[in-house]
Design a binder for this molecule. Structure first.
Ligand code: G6P
Length: 616
Protein backbone atom coordinates (compact mmCIF):
# COMPACT_ATOMS: atom_id res chain seq x y z
CA UNK A 1 0.00 0.00 0.00
CA UNK A 2 1.29 3.39 -1.00
CA UNK A 3 4.08 3.42 -3.54
CA UNK A 4 7.24 5.45 -3.17
CA UNK A 5 9.90 6.40 -5.70
CA UNK A 6 13.14 8.37 -5.47
CA UNK A 7 15.31 9.47 -8.41
CA UNK A 8 18.77 10.99 -8.34
CA UNK A 9 20.54 11.57 -11.63
CA UNK A 10 21.02 13.91 -14.55
CA UNK A 11 17.65 13.58 -16.28
CA UNK A 12 14.49 15.59 -15.62
CA UNK A 13 13.34 13.94 -12.39
CA UNK A 14 9.69 15.03 -12.67
CA UNK A 15 9.09 13.01 -15.84
CA UNK A 16 10.77 9.91 -14.45
CA UNK A 17 8.86 10.19 -11.17
CA UNK A 18 5.48 10.50 -12.88
CA UNK A 19 6.16 7.48 -15.07
CA UNK A 20 7.26 5.53 -12.02
CA UNK A 21 4.14 6.53 -10.10
CA UNK A 22 1.96 5.26 -12.94
CA UNK A 23 3.58 1.85 -12.47
CA UNK A 24 3.16 2.03 -8.72
CA UNK A 25 -0.42 3.23 -8.82
CA UNK A 26 -1.76 -0.29 -8.15
CA UNK A 27 -0.47 0.22 -4.58
CA UNK A 28 -2.94 3.03 -3.89
CA UNK A 29 -4.70 5.74 -5.83
CA UNK A 30 -6.23 8.14 -3.32
CA UNK A 31 -3.74 10.90 -4.10
CA UNK A 32 -0.28 11.43 -5.56
CA UNK A 33 2.55 13.93 -5.40
CA UNK A 34 6.18 14.60 -6.20
CA UNK A 35 8.92 16.89 -4.87
CA UNK A 36 11.89 17.96 -6.98
CA UNK A 37 15.07 19.77 -6.09
CA UNK A 38 15.10 23.10 -8.02
CA UNK A 39 18.18 25.37 -7.59
CA UNK A 40 18.28 26.15 -3.86
CA UNK A 41 14.80 24.96 -3.07
CA UNK A 42 12.61 21.83 -3.17
CA UNK A 43 9.31 22.26 -5.03
CA UNK A 44 6.39 19.92 -4.61
CA UNK A 45 3.21 19.29 -6.57
CA UNK A 46 0.37 17.21 -5.07
CA UNK A 47 -3.16 16.34 -6.04
CA UNK A 48 -5.93 14.14 -4.74
CA UNK A 49 -7.10 11.37 -7.05
CA UNK A 50 -5.10 9.57 -9.70
CA UNK A 51 -1.53 10.12 -10.84
CA UNK A 52 -2.97 11.59 -14.07
CA UNK A 53 -4.27 14.55 -12.00
CA UNK A 54 -0.84 15.43 -10.65
CA UNK A 55 0.78 14.80 -14.04
CA UNK A 56 -1.06 17.74 -15.59
CA UNK A 57 0.06 20.08 -12.76
CA UNK A 58 3.64 18.82 -12.95
CA UNK A 59 3.68 19.58 -16.64
CA UNK A 60 2.62 23.17 -15.94
CA UNK A 61 5.15 23.59 -13.13
CA UNK A 62 7.95 22.75 -15.58
CA UNK A 63 10.30 21.37 -12.91
CA UNK A 64 13.80 20.87 -14.30
CA UNK A 65 15.76 19.34 -11.41
CA UNK A 66 17.42 15.93 -11.47
CA UNK A 67 16.67 14.86 -7.89
CA UNK A 68 13.21 14.08 -6.60
CA UNK A 69 10.80 11.82 -4.74
CA UNK A 70 7.21 10.74 -5.42
CA UNK A 71 4.34 8.96 -3.74
CA UNK A 72 0.98 7.42 -4.58
CA UNK A 73 -1.24 7.11 -1.52
CA UNK A 74 -3.66 4.61 -0.06
CA UNK A 75 -5.04 6.62 2.84
CA UNK A 76 -4.54 5.29 6.38
CA UNK A 77 -4.10 8.25 8.74
CA UNK A 78 -6.22 11.18 7.63
CA UNK A 79 -8.70 11.58 4.80
CA UNK A 80 -8.09 11.97 1.11
CA UNK A 81 -7.05 15.64 1.07
CA UNK A 82 -4.24 17.61 -0.48
CA UNK A 83 -2.84 18.36 2.99
CA UNK A 84 -2.50 14.65 3.70
CA UNK A 85 -0.93 13.91 0.32
CA UNK A 86 2.80 13.10 0.29
CA UNK A 87 5.54 14.35 -0.01
CA UNK A 88 5.49 15.92 3.45
CA UNK A 89 7.76 18.82 4.38
CA UNK A 90 9.22 19.48 7.82
CA UNK A 91 7.88 22.64 9.40
CA UNK A 92 11.31 24.31 9.12
CA UNK A 93 11.28 23.56 5.38
CA UNK A 94 14.57 21.60 5.52
CA UNK A 95 13.34 18.07 4.72
CA UNK A 96 10.88 16.51 2.32
CA UNK A 97 9.82 12.86 2.70
CA UNK A 98 7.64 10.12 1.22
CA UNK A 99 6.56 7.16 3.32
CA UNK A 100 4.93 3.75 2.90
CA UNK A 101 3.88 2.10 6.16
CA UNK A 102 2.29 3.03 9.46
CA UNK A 103 3.94 4.77 12.43
CA UNK A 104 2.15 3.53 15.51
CA UNK A 105 3.58 6.02 18.03
CA UNK A 106 3.08 9.07 15.83
CA UNK A 107 0.72 10.78 18.26
CA UNK A 108 3.22 10.85 21.11
CA UNK A 109 5.98 11.93 18.68
CA UNK A 110 3.77 14.66 17.34
CA UNK A 111 2.97 15.95 20.82
CA UNK A 112 6.66 15.99 21.70
CA UNK A 113 7.60 17.81 18.51
CA UNK A 114 4.78 20.33 18.86
CA UNK A 115 6.14 21.18 22.30
CA UNK A 116 9.52 21.77 20.63
CA UNK A 117 7.91 24.26 18.23
CA UNK A 118 7.22 22.12 15.13
CA UNK A 119 3.97 22.82 13.27
CA UNK A 120 1.88 20.07 11.74
CA UNK A 121 -0.24 20.70 8.70
CA UNK A 122 -1.68 17.25 8.03
CA UNK A 123 -3.35 14.42 9.94
CA UNK A 124 -0.81 11.87 8.77
CA UNK A 125 1.59 9.76 10.81
CA UNK A 126 4.24 10.58 8.18
CA UNK A 127 4.58 14.21 9.18
CA UNK A 128 5.94 13.08 12.54
CA UNK A 129 8.85 11.34 10.77
CA UNK A 130 9.88 14.32 8.68
CA UNK A 131 9.70 16.69 11.65
CA UNK A 132 11.60 14.25 13.83
CA UNK A 133 14.39 14.16 11.25
CA UNK A 134 14.45 17.97 11.19
CA UNK A 135 14.57 18.00 15.00
CA UNK A 136 17.60 15.69 15.12
CA UNK A 137 19.30 17.56 12.28
CA UNK A 138 18.99 20.77 14.28
CA UNK A 139 20.69 19.10 17.23
CA UNK A 140 23.68 17.84 15.18
CA UNK A 141 26.69 20.19 15.11
CA UNK A 142 27.01 21.96 11.72
CA UNK A 143 30.29 20.29 10.89
CA UNK A 144 29.17 16.69 11.55
CA UNK A 145 30.21 14.53 8.66
CA UNK A 146 27.14 12.93 7.18
CA UNK A 147 24.79 15.10 9.17
CA UNK A 148 21.86 14.21 6.89
CA UNK A 149 22.10 10.41 7.31
CA UNK A 150 22.87 10.78 10.98
CA UNK A 151 19.70 12.82 11.58
CA UNK A 152 17.60 10.24 9.71
CA UNK A 153 19.18 7.41 11.71
CA UNK A 154 18.51 9.14 15.04
CA UNK A 155 14.90 9.78 14.09
CA UNK A 156 14.29 6.20 12.96
CA UNK A 157 15.42 4.82 16.32
CA UNK A 158 12.34 6.43 17.87
CA UNK A 159 9.80 5.10 15.39
CA UNK A 160 7.48 2.23 16.22
CA UNK A 161 5.75 0.68 13.22
CA UNK A 162 6.64 0.13 9.60
CA UNK A 163 8.23 2.32 7.01
CA UNK A 164 9.85 2.54 3.63
CA UNK A 165 10.99 6.16 3.20
CA UNK A 166 12.87 8.40 0.78
CA UNK A 167 14.06 11.78 2.08
CA UNK A 168 15.58 14.93 0.57
CA UNK A 169 17.38 17.67 2.50
CA UNK A 170 17.54 21.27 1.31
CA UNK A 171 21.19 21.56 2.48
CA UNK A 172 22.34 18.49 0.50
CA UNK A 173 21.36 19.12 -3.13
CA UNK A 174 22.78 15.95 -4.64
CA UNK A 175 21.87 13.42 -1.99
CA UNK A 176 18.95 11.29 -0.96
CA UNK A 177 18.46 8.99 2.03
CA UNK A 178 16.17 5.97 2.13
CA UNK A 179 15.38 3.40 4.81
CA UNK A 180 13.10 0.45 5.36
CA UNK A 181 11.54 -1.45 8.19
CA UNK A 182 8.57 -3.68 7.43
CA UNK A 183 7.75 -2.00 4.08
CA UNK A 184 9.59 -2.90 0.89
CA UNK A 185 12.33 -0.69 -0.54
CA UNK A 186 14.55 -1.54 -3.47
CA UNK A 187 17.58 0.29 -4.75
CA UNK A 188 17.95 0.49 -8.54
CA UNK A 189 21.40 1.22 -9.95
CA UNK A 190 21.75 2.95 -13.31
CA UNK A 191 24.45 4.79 -15.23
CA UNK A 192 24.87 8.15 -13.47
CA UNK A 193 21.48 7.68 -11.88
CA UNK A 194 20.04 5.71 -8.99
CA UNK A 195 16.56 4.90 -7.81
CA UNK A 196 14.69 3.93 -4.69
CA UNK A 197 11.26 2.36 -5.00
CA UNK A 198 8.66 0.17 -3.31
CA UNK A 199 8.69 -2.11 -6.33
CA UNK A 200 11.06 -2.65 -9.25
CA UNK A 201 8.30 -1.89 -11.76
CA UNK A 202 8.89 1.78 -10.91
CA UNK A 203 12.33 1.86 -12.51
CA UNK A 204 12.72 -1.40 -14.45
CA UNK A 205 12.69 0.44 -17.79
CA UNK A 206 15.89 2.31 -16.78
CA UNK A 207 17.74 0.00 -14.44
CA UNK A 208 18.14 -3.76 -14.23
CA UNK A 209 20.67 -3.90 -11.38
CA UNK A 210 18.97 -3.95 -8.02
CA UNK A 211 19.74 -4.24 -4.34
CA UNK A 212 16.92 -5.55 -2.16
CA UNK A 213 17.36 -3.60 1.06
CA UNK A 214 17.01 -5.55 4.28
CA UNK A 215 14.96 -4.62 7.32
CA UNK A 216 16.70 -1.83 9.21
CA UNK A 217 18.90 -0.75 6.28
CA UNK A 218 19.59 2.93 5.62
CA UNK A 219 20.89 3.87 2.18
CA UNK A 220 22.67 7.13 1.36
CA UNK A 221 22.47 7.87 -2.35
CA UNK A 222 24.26 10.05 -4.87
CA UNK A 223 23.77 9.76 -8.62
CA UNK A 224 26.97 7.73 -9.01
CA UNK A 225 27.46 6.00 -5.64
CA UNK A 226 25.64 4.73 -2.59
CA UNK A 227 26.39 3.25 0.75
CA UNK A 228 24.24 1.15 3.02
CA UNK A 229 24.43 0.98 6.80
CA UNK A 230 22.17 -0.47 9.45
CA UNK A 231 20.16 1.60 11.84
CA UNK A 232 22.85 0.88 14.46
CA UNK A 233 25.58 2.19 12.11
CA UNK A 234 27.10 -1.08 10.88
CA UNK A 235 28.27 -1.15 7.25
CA UNK A 236 26.34 -3.44 4.91
CA UNK A 237 27.91 -4.98 1.83
CA UNK A 238 25.25 -4.82 -0.83
CA UNK A 239 24.35 -7.78 -3.02
CA UNK A 240 23.57 -6.52 -6.51
CA UNK A 241 21.12 -8.73 -8.37
CA UNK A 242 20.10 -8.65 -11.99
CA UNK A 243 16.45 -8.16 -12.88
CA UNK A 244 14.87 -10.58 -15.28
CA UNK A 245 12.13 -8.23 -16.44
CA UNK A 246 10.42 -7.93 -19.76
CA UNK A 247 9.00 -4.42 -19.90
CA UNK A 248 6.26 -5.46 -22.36
CA UNK A 249 4.80 -7.66 -19.65
CA UNK A 250 3.81 -4.59 -17.68
CA UNK A 251 2.24 -2.78 -20.63
CA UNK A 252 -1.41 -2.95 -21.61
CA UNK A 253 -0.85 -3.68 -25.31
CA UNK A 254 -4.13 -4.15 -27.19
CA UNK A 255 -6.23 -4.79 -24.11
CA UNK A 256 -8.62 -2.34 -22.43
CA UNK A 257 -7.76 -3.36 -18.89
CA UNK A 258 -4.91 -5.18 -17.17
CA UNK A 259 -7.45 -7.56 -15.67
CA UNK A 260 -8.60 -8.52 -19.15
CA UNK A 261 -4.99 -8.92 -20.31
CA UNK A 262 -4.14 -11.06 -17.29
CA UNK A 263 -7.20 -13.29 -17.75
CA UNK A 264 -6.22 -13.94 -21.35
CA UNK A 265 -2.56 -14.46 -20.45
CA UNK A 266 -3.44 -17.47 -18.31
CA UNK A 267 -2.56 -20.24 -20.78
CA UNK A 268 0.95 -18.81 -21.07
CA UNK A 269 1.18 -17.99 -17.37
CA UNK A 270 0.24 -21.55 -16.39
CA UNK A 271 2.76 -22.90 -18.89
CA UNK A 272 5.43 -20.70 -17.32
CA UNK A 273 4.53 -21.85 -13.80
CA UNK A 274 5.02 -25.50 -14.83
CA UNK A 275 8.07 -25.14 -17.08
CA UNK A 276 10.90 -27.51 -16.10
CA UNK A 277 8.95 -28.79 -13.13
CA UNK A 278 8.23 -32.40 -14.12
CA UNK A 279 10.40 -35.47 -13.64
CA UNK A 280 12.04 -37.01 -16.71
CA UNK A 281 9.74 -40.02 -16.53
CA UNK A 282 6.72 -37.71 -16.46
CA UNK A 283 5.30 -39.24 -13.30
CA UNK A 284 5.80 -36.52 -10.70
CA UNK A 285 6.63 -32.88 -10.11
CA UNK A 286 10.11 -31.42 -9.60
CA UNK A 287 10.01 -28.57 -7.12
CA UNK A 288 13.64 -27.51 -7.04
CA UNK A 289 13.08 -24.40 -4.91
CA UNK A 290 12.07 -26.49 -1.90
CA UNK A 291 15.13 -27.02 0.29
CA UNK A 292 13.85 -30.17 1.97
CA UNK A 293 14.87 -33.70 1.11
CA UNK A 294 12.27 -36.29 0.08
CA UNK A 295 12.92 -37.95 3.44
CA UNK A 296 12.13 -34.74 5.33
CA UNK A 297 9.03 -34.22 3.21
CA UNK A 298 7.83 -37.77 3.87
CA UNK A 299 7.78 -37.05 7.57
CA UNK A 300 5.48 -34.02 7.18
CA UNK A 301 2.25 -34.83 8.99
CA UNK A 302 0.34 -31.63 8.27
CA UNK A 303 0.48 -28.53 6.10
CA UNK A 304 -0.50 -25.18 7.55
CA UNK A 305 -1.21 -22.77 4.72
CA UNK A 306 -2.03 -19.08 5.01
CA UNK A 307 -2.58 -16.06 2.83
CA UNK A 308 -5.03 -13.16 2.39
CA UNK A 309 -7.86 -12.31 0.01
CA UNK A 310 -7.89 -14.24 -3.23
CA UNK A 311 -4.67 -15.92 -2.21
CA UNK A 312 -6.42 -17.37 0.84
CA UNK A 313 -8.87 -18.98 -1.58
CA UNK A 314 -5.89 -20.57 -3.35
CA UNK A 315 -4.85 -22.03 0.04
CA UNK A 316 -8.37 -23.48 0.43
CA UNK A 317 -8.17 -25.06 -3.03
CA UNK A 318 -4.77 -26.46 -2.01
CA UNK A 319 -6.41 -28.06 1.02
CA UNK A 320 -8.83 -30.02 -1.17
CA UNK A 321 -6.14 -31.03 -3.66
CA UNK A 322 -3.49 -32.07 -1.15
CA UNK A 323 -5.88 -33.94 1.12
CA UNK A 324 -7.42 -35.72 -1.86
CA UNK A 325 -4.25 -36.69 -3.73
CA UNK A 326 -1.50 -36.78 -1.09
CA UNK A 327 -3.68 -37.76 1.88
CA UNK A 328 -1.97 -35.21 4.14
CA UNK A 329 -4.13 -33.02 6.39
CA UNK A 330 -4.07 -29.32 5.52
CA UNK A 331 -5.09 -26.51 7.79
CA UNK A 332 -5.88 -23.19 6.13
CA UNK A 333 -5.69 -19.91 8.00
CA UNK A 334 -6.15 -16.24 7.26
CA UNK A 335 -2.61 -14.94 7.74
CA UNK A 336 -3.90 -12.09 9.89
CA UNK A 337 -5.64 -14.53 12.27
CA UNK A 338 -2.89 -17.11 12.33
CA UNK A 339 -0.32 -14.62 13.52
CA UNK A 340 -2.21 -13.81 16.71
CA UNK A 341 -4.00 -17.10 17.30
CA UNK A 342 -1.08 -19.05 18.69
CA UNK A 343 -2.55 -22.27 17.32
CA UNK A 344 -1.04 -25.54 18.56
CA UNK A 345 0.96 -27.02 15.67
CA UNK A 346 2.82 -30.30 15.62
CA UNK A 347 6.60 -30.32 15.11
CA UNK A 348 6.25 -32.13 11.80
CA UNK A 349 4.00 -29.50 10.28
CA UNK A 350 5.15 -27.61 7.24
CA UNK A 351 4.14 -23.97 7.05
CA UNK A 352 3.31 -22.61 3.61
CA UNK A 353 2.71 -18.90 2.96
CA UNK A 354 0.94 -17.93 -0.27
CA UNK A 355 1.39 -14.40 -1.59
CA UNK A 356 1.44 -13.07 -5.14
CA UNK A 357 3.28 -9.89 -4.16
CA UNK A 358 5.39 -11.44 -1.44
CA UNK A 359 4.84 -8.23 0.53
CA UNK A 360 1.43 -8.58 2.21
CA UNK A 361 2.21 -7.52 5.74
CA UNK A 362 -0.13 -9.99 7.49
CA UNK A 363 1.35 -12.91 5.57
CA UNK A 364 4.88 -11.69 6.18
CA UNK A 365 4.21 -11.29 9.89
CA UNK A 366 2.66 -14.77 10.11
CA UNK A 367 5.73 -16.20 8.40
CA UNK A 368 8.10 -14.38 10.76
CA UNK A 369 6.15 -15.67 13.72
CA UNK A 370 6.41 -19.23 12.35
CA UNK A 371 10.16 -18.78 11.77
CA UNK A 372 10.57 -17.50 15.31
CA UNK A 373 8.88 -20.63 16.64
CA UNK A 374 11.32 -22.75 14.68
CA UNK A 375 8.95 -24.22 12.08
CA UNK A 376 9.94 -25.07 8.55
CA UNK A 377 8.49 -22.29 6.40
CA UNK A 378 7.99 -22.25 2.64
CA UNK A 379 6.22 -19.92 0.25
CA UNK A 380 4.51 -19.67 -3.09
CA UNK A 381 5.15 -16.16 -4.40
CA UNK A 382 5.24 -14.43 -7.74
CA UNK A 383 7.66 -11.61 -7.03
CA UNK A 384 11.28 -12.68 -7.07
CA UNK A 385 13.27 -11.15 -4.23
CA UNK A 386 10.13 -10.11 -2.33
CA UNK A 387 10.20 -9.99 1.47
CA UNK A 388 8.25 -13.24 1.91
CA UNK A 389 10.40 -15.06 -0.64
CA UNK A 390 13.52 -14.00 1.24
CA UNK A 391 12.24 -14.95 4.65
CA UNK A 392 11.34 -18.58 4.16
CA UNK A 393 13.74 -21.01 5.81
CA UNK A 394 12.75 -23.97 3.65
CA UNK A 395 12.74 -22.33 0.22
CA UNK A 396 9.67 -22.08 -1.97
CA UNK A 397 8.16 -21.99 -5.40
CA UNK A 398 8.13 -18.97 -7.68
CA UNK A 399 5.05 -18.61 -9.84
CA UNK A 400 6.75 -17.01 -12.87
CA UNK A 401 3.50 -15.53 -14.22
CA UNK A 402 4.98 -12.08 -14.87
CA UNK A 403 3.76 -8.88 -13.22
CA UNK A 404 0.11 -8.88 -12.18
CA UNK A 405 -1.09 -5.29 -12.29
CA UNK A 406 -4.91 -5.46 -12.15
CA UNK A 407 -5.84 -5.09 -8.48
CA UNK A 408 -8.17 -8.11 -8.68
CA UNK A 409 -5.96 -11.18 -8.88
CA UNK A 410 -6.53 -13.58 -11.80
CA UNK A 411 -3.49 -15.28 -13.32
CA UNK A 412 -1.67 -15.30 -9.98
CA UNK A 413 -4.61 -17.19 -8.43
CA UNK A 414 -4.83 -19.91 -11.07
CA UNK A 415 -1.06 -20.31 -10.96
CA UNK A 416 -1.17 -20.72 -7.17
CA UNK A 417 -3.84 -23.39 -7.55
CA UNK A 418 -1.78 -25.10 -10.24
CA UNK A 419 1.31 -25.13 -8.04
CA UNK A 420 -0.77 -26.48 -5.15
CA UNK A 421 -1.88 -29.26 -7.46
CA UNK A 422 1.78 -29.94 -8.23
CA UNK A 423 2.56 -30.10 -4.49
CA UNK A 424 -0.30 -32.60 -4.12
CA UNK A 425 1.21 -34.67 -6.91
CA UNK A 426 4.73 -34.50 -5.53
CA UNK A 427 3.69 -35.40 -2.00
CA UNK A 428 1.30 -38.08 -3.27
CA UNK A 429 4.09 -39.72 -5.26
CA UNK A 430 6.35 -39.70 -2.19
CA UNK A 431 3.64 -41.67 -0.45
CA UNK A 432 1.16 -43.97 -2.12
CA UNK A 433 0.27 -42.54 -5.53
CA UNK A 434 1.17 -45.11 -8.20
CA UNK A 435 3.39 -44.39 -11.18
CA UNK A 436 0.43 -44.79 -13.52
CA UNK A 437 -1.73 -42.37 -11.52
CA UNK A 438 1.21 -39.96 -11.38
CA UNK A 439 1.63 -40.09 -15.16
CA UNK A 440 -2.09 -39.41 -15.72
CA UNK A 441 -1.86 -36.52 -13.28
CA UNK A 442 1.15 -35.00 -15.08
CA UNK A 443 -0.64 -35.34 -18.44
CA UNK A 444 -3.63 -33.51 -16.96
CA UNK A 445 -1.50 -30.65 -15.65
CA UNK A 446 0.25 -30.33 -18.98
CA UNK A 447 -3.07 -30.13 -20.80
CA UNK A 448 -4.31 -27.35 -18.53
CA UNK A 449 -3.09 -24.33 -20.59
CA UNK A 450 -4.76 -25.66 -23.74
CA UNK A 451 -8.01 -26.31 -21.86
CA UNK A 452 -7.96 -22.81 -20.36
CA UNK A 453 -7.49 -21.49 -23.88
CA UNK A 454 -10.60 -23.37 -25.01
CA UNK A 455 -12.64 -21.71 -22.27
CA UNK A 456 -11.25 -18.29 -23.17
CA UNK A 457 -12.49 -18.85 -26.73
CA UNK A 458 -16.02 -18.74 -25.27
CA UNK A 459 -15.43 -15.19 -24.02
CA UNK A 460 -18.03 -13.67 -26.38
CA UNK A 461 -20.84 -15.93 -25.22
CA UNK A 462 -19.85 -15.42 -21.57
CA UNK A 463 -19.88 -11.66 -22.17
CA UNK A 464 -23.39 -11.97 -23.54
CA UNK A 465 -24.52 -13.78 -20.36
CA UNK A 466 -22.71 -11.20 -18.22
CA UNK A 467 -24.50 -8.31 -19.91
CA UNK A 468 -27.89 -9.94 -19.24
CA UNK A 469 -27.07 -10.40 -15.56
CA UNK A 470 -25.29 -7.09 -15.01
CA UNK A 471 -28.31 -5.31 -13.48
CA UNK A 472 -28.61 -7.62 -10.48
CA UNK A 473 -27.28 -6.38 -7.18
CA UNK A 474 -27.02 -9.69 -5.30
CA UNK A 475 -25.46 -12.97 -6.36
CA UNK A 476 -24.82 -16.35 -4.78
CA UNK A 477 -21.98 -18.63 -5.88
CA UNK A 478 -22.20 -22.28 -4.94
CA UNK A 479 -20.01 -25.32 -5.34
CA UNK A 480 -19.20 -28.51 -3.49
CA UNK A 481 -15.82 -29.92 -2.44
CA UNK A 482 -12.97 -28.33 -4.41
CA UNK A 483 -15.51 -26.05 -6.09
CA UNK A 484 -16.33 -24.38 -2.77
CA UNK A 485 -13.14 -22.26 -2.70
CA UNK A 486 -13.79 -21.39 -6.34
CA UNK A 487 -17.32 -20.28 -5.43
CA UNK A 488 -15.81 -18.04 -2.76
CA UNK A 489 -13.34 -16.67 -5.30
CA UNK A 490 -16.12 -16.06 -7.87
CA UNK A 491 -18.08 -14.09 -5.28
CA UNK A 492 -15.04 -12.07 -4.21
CA UNK A 493 -14.08 -11.25 -7.80
CA UNK A 494 -17.56 -9.93 -8.57
CA UNK A 495 -17.79 -8.02 -5.30
CA UNK A 496 -14.40 -6.31 -5.57
CA UNK A 497 -14.61 -5.04 -9.12
CA UNK A 498 -18.33 -4.36 -9.62
CA UNK A 499 -19.45 -3.60 -6.02
CA UNK A 500 -22.21 -6.18 -6.28
CA UNK A 501 -23.09 -8.04 -3.11
CA UNK A 502 -22.06 -11.67 -3.61
CA UNK A 503 -21.55 -14.65 -1.33
CA UNK A 504 -19.95 -18.02 -1.85
CA UNK A 505 -21.25 -21.18 -0.16
CA UNK A 506 -20.86 -24.93 -0.28
CA UNK A 507 -23.93 -25.82 -2.36
CA UNK A 508 -25.45 -28.06 0.31
CA UNK A 509 -25.24 -25.28 2.89
CA UNK A 510 -27.68 -23.24 0.84
CA UNK A 511 -30.60 -24.76 2.72
CA UNK A 512 -29.15 -23.59 6.02
CA UNK A 513 -29.54 -19.89 5.38
CA UNK A 514 -28.70 -18.43 1.99
CA UNK A 515 -31.84 -19.92 0.46
CA UNK A 516 -33.68 -17.10 2.22
CA UNK A 517 -32.02 -14.68 -0.21
CA UNK A 518 -33.17 -16.51 -3.33
CA UNK A 519 -35.66 -14.59 -5.42
CA UNK A 520 -35.98 -13.47 -9.01
CA UNK A 521 -33.60 -10.62 -8.07
CA UNK A 522 -30.79 -12.81 -6.75
CA UNK A 523 -29.19 -15.11 -9.33
CA UNK A 524 -27.00 -18.06 -8.38
CA UNK A 525 -23.90 -19.37 -10.10
CA UNK A 526 -23.43 -23.12 -9.60
CA UNK A 527 -20.13 -24.89 -10.12
CA UNK A 528 -20.85 -28.54 -10.79
CA UNK A 529 -17.74 -30.21 -12.11
CA UNK A 530 -17.56 -33.47 -10.23
CA UNK A 531 -19.46 -36.45 -11.58
CA UNK A 532 -19.65 -37.98 -8.09
CA UNK A 533 -21.85 -35.20 -6.74
CA UNK A 534 -23.34 -33.89 -9.96
CA UNK A 535 -26.84 -35.18 -9.22
CA UNK A 536 -26.88 -33.57 -5.81
CA UNK A 537 -25.72 -30.23 -7.23
CA UNK A 538 -28.35 -30.42 -10.00
CA UNK A 539 -30.93 -30.94 -7.24
CA UNK A 540 -29.66 -27.82 -5.47
CA UNK A 541 -30.05 -25.86 -8.71
CA UNK A 542 -33.61 -27.06 -9.03
CA UNK A 543 -34.33 -25.87 -5.50
CA UNK A 544 -33.23 -22.40 -6.55
CA UNK A 545 -35.29 -22.49 -9.75
CA UNK A 546 -38.33 -23.60 -7.75
CA UNK A 547 -38.04 -20.31 -5.87
CA UNK A 548 -37.86 -18.20 -9.04
CA UNK A 549 -34.11 -17.75 -8.75
CA UNK A 550 -32.09 -17.55 -11.94
CA UNK A 551 -29.24 -20.05 -12.33
CA UNK A 552 -26.01 -19.96 -14.31
CA UNK A 553 -24.33 -23.35 -14.19
CA UNK A 554 -20.75 -24.25 -15.00
CA UNK A 555 -20.44 -27.91 -15.93
CA UNK A 556 -18.17 -30.24 -17.92
CA UNK A 557 -18.81 -30.57 -21.66
CA UNK A 558 -21.42 -33.20 -22.44
CA UNK A 559 -23.32 -32.75 -19.16
CA UNK A 560 -27.09 -32.79 -19.66
CA UNK A 561 -28.43 -29.88 -17.65
CA UNK A 562 -32.24 -30.05 -17.66
CA UNK A 563 -34.04 -26.78 -18.43
CA UNK A 564 -35.66 -26.82 -15.00
CA UNK A 565 -32.19 -26.68 -13.41
CA UNK A 566 -30.50 -23.73 -15.11
CA UNK A 567 -31.20 -20.69 -17.27
CA UNK A 568 -27.68 -20.50 -18.68
CA UNK A 569 -25.00 -23.14 -18.98
CA UNK A 570 -21.27 -22.57 -19.49
CA UNK A 571 -19.27 -25.65 -20.45
CA UNK A 572 -15.69 -26.34 -19.47
CA UNK A 573 -13.64 -29.22 -20.92
CA UNK A 574 -13.87 -32.61 -19.24
CA UNK A 575 -10.66 -33.07 -17.29
CA UNK A 576 -8.81 -34.74 -14.44
CA UNK A 577 -9.92 -33.58 -10.98
CA UNK A 578 -6.45 -32.12 -10.39
CA UNK A 579 -7.27 -29.18 -12.67
CA UNK A 580 -11.02 -28.77 -12.06
CA UNK A 581 -10.56 -25.75 -9.79
CA UNK A 582 -8.42 -23.95 -12.37
CA UNK A 583 -10.80 -24.50 -15.27
CA UNK A 584 -13.88 -23.57 -13.25
CA UNK A 585 -12.27 -20.27 -12.25
CA UNK A 586 -11.92 -18.96 -15.80
CA UNK A 587 -15.65 -18.43 -16.61
CA UNK A 588 -16.09 -16.74 -13.22
CA UNK A 589 -13.28 -14.29 -13.96
CA UNK A 590 -14.81 -13.50 -17.35
CA UNK A 591 -18.31 -13.11 -15.88
CA UNK A 592 -17.19 -10.64 -13.23
CA UNK A 593 -14.94 -8.76 -15.64
CA UNK A 594 -17.69 -8.26 -18.22
CA UNK A 595 -20.31 -7.40 -15.58
CA UNK A 596 -17.99 -4.75 -14.12
CA UNK A 597 -17.27 -3.31 -17.57
CA UNK A 598 -20.99 -3.24 -18.36
CA UNK A 599 -21.63 -1.34 -15.12
CA UNK A 600 -18.93 1.20 -16.02
CA UNK A 601 -16.66 0.30 -13.07
CA UNK A 602 -12.96 1.09 -12.91
CA UNK A 603 -11.95 -2.54 -13.26
CA UNK A 604 -8.21 -2.24 -12.64
CA UNK A 605 -8.51 0.16 -9.74
CA UNK A 606 -11.60 -0.72 -7.72
CA UNK A 607 -12.54 1.77 -5.05
CA UNK A 608 -10.82 1.48 -1.66
CA UNK A 609 -8.65 -1.47 -2.69
CA UNK A 610 -4.92 -1.78 -3.26
CA UNK A 611 -2.99 -4.63 -4.72
CA UNK A 612 -0.19 -4.90 -2.23
CA UNK A 613 -1.45 -4.53 1.33
CA UNK A 614 1.53 -3.47 3.38
CA UNK A 615 -0.36 -2.18 6.40
CA UNK A 616 -2.07 -4.39 8.99
C1 G6P B 1 -5.07 -7.65 -1.76
C2 G6P B 1 -5.41 -7.82 -3.24
C3 G6P B 1 -5.88 -9.25 -3.50
C4 G6P B 1 -4.84 -10.25 -3.02
C5 G6P B 1 -4.48 -10.02 -1.54
C6 G6P B 1 -3.29 -10.85 -1.12
O1 G6P B 1 -6.22 -7.71 -1.00
O2 G6P B 1 -6.41 -6.89 -3.62
O3 G6P B 1 -6.09 -9.42 -4.89
O4 G6P B 1 -5.32 -11.54 -3.17
O5 G6P B 1 -4.13 -8.65 -1.34
O6 G6P B 1 -2.17 -10.44 -1.85
P1 G6P B 1 -0.87 -11.28 -2.03
O7 G6P B 1 0.06 -10.38 -2.79
O8 G6P B 1 -0.35 -11.58 -0.65
O9 G6P B 1 -1.21 -12.51 -2.77
Amino acid sequence: MCGIIGYIGKQKASKILINALKNLEYRGYDSAGIAVREATDIKSVKKTGRVANVEAEVHQANLKGGVGIGHTRWATHGGVTEANTHPHISSDGKFVLVHNGVIENYQSLRKYLEEKGFDFKSETDTEAIVNLIAYHYRKEPDNTEDRFTSAVRKALIHLEGTYGIAVLCVDCPNEMVGARNGSPLILGLGKDENFLASDVSAFASRSKDVVYLNEGDIVHLHSDKYDITTIDSRNVSAIVESLDWDIEESELGNYTHFMEKEIFEQPQALENSMRGRFSDDNSTAKLGGIDLSPRELRSVDRFVMFGCGTTWHACLAAEYLIERFARIPVEVEYASEFRYRNAPISDDSLIFAFSQSGETIDTLAAMRESNRKGFRTLAITNVVGSSIARQTNGGGIYQHVGPEIGVASTKAFTSQVLLSSMIALYMGRLRDMSLGDGTNYVDALKSCPEMVDRILKQADSIREIAVRYSKFNDFLFMGRQAMFPIALEGALKLKEISYIHAEGYPAAEMKHGPIALISEDCPSVFLATSGRIMKKTLANMQEVKARNGKVISIVPEGTEVPKECADDVIFIPRCHEAIHPILATIPLQLLSYYIAVERGCDVDKPRNLAKSVTVE
